[in-house]
Design a protein around this ligand. Sequence first.
Ligand code: NCD
Length: 304
Amino acid sequence: MKHLIDIHDLSVQEIDEMIAVAGDIIDNPEKYNEKCKNKKLATLFYEPSTRTRLSFEAAMYELGGNVLGFSEATSSSVAKGESVSDTIRTVGAYADIIAMRHPKEGAPVAAIRRAEVPLINAGDGGHNHPTQTLTDLLTISREKGRLNNLTIGLCGDLKFGRTVHSLINAMSRYEGIRFVLIAPEELRIPSYVRENVLDRKGIEYVETTDLEGSMPELDILYMTRVQKERFFNEEDYMRLKDSYILTPDKLENAKEDLSILHPLPRVNEISVAVDDDPRAAYFRQVKYGKFIRMALILKLLEVK
Ligand code: NCD
């Protein structure tokens, strides 16, 4: 049985296949609307979510399946002190596949020990978020027509941003990738990502605080929210929250075919005035999130 805890649980070939399936779903949705008939997806969200949970649910409905679960741990037996592993084992008796988001790094690893159905990590603390990465990969592939030979700027909270960690892991397996890591000193990429992924694999990268100066060389600009919920004190958050605000004038020196991505939710880091720029891809990215999750559910349930 296959789970998706870390993006490396999928090979590059499997990801390429899923991107192709998502493309076929976009072109021929009617072919897929009974593929998961009589199957159930459970969404267990111990942390807030809009896009991830609802796109999973929409994905399962569009495959003809059903959905159960909770969007607040306080409404489940978690509030009585049940362990994640017992909850997952229980839910496996009712559902065919589970998507779980948890505030603790590594919670999904503990959860799969007794899991009887495939488990998908829908975000674990400041650690990983592999299904957002699949969404990002589908978006890059549709917007740019390739996943190699790209200069990717990652901007904002690179320390706590789990989508950034998973995306670096995923993109570091493609040829000709260069990263420009744009963050305030205190929110730089964690050393375990720098050393274990970038340095170990010999990936080209620069670290800088300068967004505008980096702009001309970027093919992708991946903006992120400063992750308020992971801060130890309000003061630090207040000081750092508006470190980067993308406005139309900052895009003056950007490439004409730049793609601007953001996992969303956005707070202040992209001005709404940027939304009408054709290079703003973040609301298209939202739509791709549903299609790639449909492809993922089909894969993990081994539906042909
Ligand atoms: C991201 C997350 O939850 O990590 N959101 C998402 O799933 N689309 C990014 C964020 O919350 O900033």
